[in-house]
Design a protein around this ligand. Structure first.
Ligand code: PMP
Length: 437
């Protein structure tokens, strides 16, 4: 051990060295890409030091990296991979669509079919429009809210993530679109009340994730989200639920679990069957402005808004696979798994825990209750890194930031294997991981 290194730094140094030694092909692929892509990367969230894994293929709930290691895919493409890598219904729908020709330059029967399946789940989406990503859906929802209200300001939340140009982690980003954002605190209705009192007449929208996703799987408290509904009504703003992550938490998303009807909803991810997708929709009088037959129609173009592969895969998945029972079982599995993970951490006296709900969870370096991002300040990222690299060695692939999003092919055997993997990692490192008080 280096004389200046603390035990946790030393353990992490070792873990990273092992990772380097195990993954030369991933390192080489990054080096090859970096002459054309900055840092070899075209999707910031995937990057981490010393270099991210390069995956070569996937099947079911497993992935194989470029050096040939096999992993249980616990990340599920940050929730978009809900069906796994090779669901026969999704594959069949894509093959059938491919056989009929792609890029048809026209309306097809497919977009209406997918829209009806989405509407069946989220009745608050009385009318909807499609886009290519969750980011785009949020941009368009905000534009629609501004057009509808004739107002400009947008209430958002500290540490929220609505896309690469709508990110409020760490005080916001220079990449953000230049809206007049008013930043409130998550799970703190008073902070919103104050903004509404000061700016109510100019607020077009309150944009909120019903659970902070990238911000750490922190569920919005029901009373907080209901207060947002009431405050939006009071000041005439639109309440926009970003359900890009949370729509999978029940058949009708988190809004159904809470019995709160937002004015607009945005979603995407798995709803496109694993192909790129975004959707925004809501109250008829807001969305009907997009009817091109109207003289005052709002234009919303997009070459790939109704691309046949997304339409086919999205519709087949929703119509044939993702029944209410299947959604419920997936989320029950997640609840059970999170409890088992947390029992392992508690038994070893480690001050870490997974927060989240249903099939979504994030590991934190604190076992104290997490109501807001402020509760995570000062927690030790090194502890999470140690678990991350340790789980990789045990054959479990999660996000470096600690996110796990279950996919349908994850079964009892995989859950048992993941719990055993966490047990092994925690047992190995318990002396350097933070201890409970
Ligand atoms: N909103 C939320 C809540 C998200 O989690 C994400 C993606 N992680 C987005 C929006 C952006 O979606 P996309 O990556 O498809 O643009």
């Amino acid at each position: 051990m280096n004389a200046t290194q603390s035990p946790v730094d030393h353990a992490l140094f070792q873990a990273v060295e092992n990772y380097r030694a195990r993954n030369p092909r991933s390192a080489a692929l990054l080096a090859e890409a970096e002459t054309a892509l900055p840092g070899g990367n075209t999707r910031s969230v995937l990057f981490h030091g010393p270099f991210p894994l390069s995956m070569a293929r996937g099947a079911g709930c497993r992935v194989w990296d470029a050096d040939g290691h096999e992993y249980i895919d616990a990340l599920g493409e940050f929730t978009a991979g809900l069906y796994g890598h090779s669901h026969p219904v999704i594959m069949g729908a894509i093959q059938e669509a491919l056989a009929g020709g792609i890029n048809l330059s026209s309306h097809t029967a497919r977009e209406g079919l997918l829209a009806h399946e989405i509407q069946r789940r989220f009745p608050s989406m009385e009318l909807m429009r499609f886009a290519n990503s969750g980011t785009e859906a949020n941009l368009l929802a905000l534009a629609a809210a501004q057009a509808h209200t004739g107002r400009s300001k947008v209430v958002v939340f500290d540490e929220a993530y609505h896309g690469g140009v709508l990110t409020f982690a760490g005080g916001g980003s220079p990449m953000n679109v230049p809206h007049a954002f008013l930043v409130a605190r998550y799970n703190d209705a008073d902070s919103v009340r104050a903004l509404v009192a000061a700016h109510g007449a100019n607020i077009a929208a309150i944009l909120v994730e019903p659970m902070l996703g990238a911000g750490g799987c922190i569920p919005g408290e029901p009373a907080f989200l209901q207060a947002l509904r009431d405050l939006a009504d009071d000041c005439g703003a639109l309440l926009v639920f970003d359900e890009v992550m949370t729509s999978r938490l029940s058949f009708g998303g988190r809004q159904a679990l809470l019995s709160i009807r937002p004015d607009l909803t945005t979603a995407g991810k798995y709803l496109g069957g694993g192909m790129s997708f975004g959707v925004f929709g809501g109250r008829r009088e807001v969305m009907e402005r997009f009817d091109p037959r109207r003289p005052d129609a709002l234009a919303h173009a997009g070459t790939f808004n109704n691309n046949v592969l997304t339409m086919a895969a999205g519709h087949a998945g929703l119509a044939q696979v993702l029944t209410a029972e299947v959604v419920q079982a997936l989320n029950a599995r997640g609840e059970h798994l999170r409890a088992r993970f947390n029992a392992v951490l508690e038994r070893h006296g480690v001050d870490m825990a997974f927060t989240g709900t249903g099939s979504l969870m994030t590991l934190h370096a604190t076992a104290a209750p997490v109501h807001s991002p402020a509760d995570l300040q000062g927690t030790d990222g090194r502890a999470k890194d140690l678990v991350f690299f340790g789980l990789l060695e045990e054959g479990v692939f999660m996000a470096r930031r600690g996110l796990i999003a279950l996919s349908l092919p994850v079964g009892d055997a995989e859950c048992d294997a993941m719990v055993a993997a966490l047990e092994a990692v925690v047992a190995r490192h318990r002396n350097v991981l933070p201890a409970r008080a």
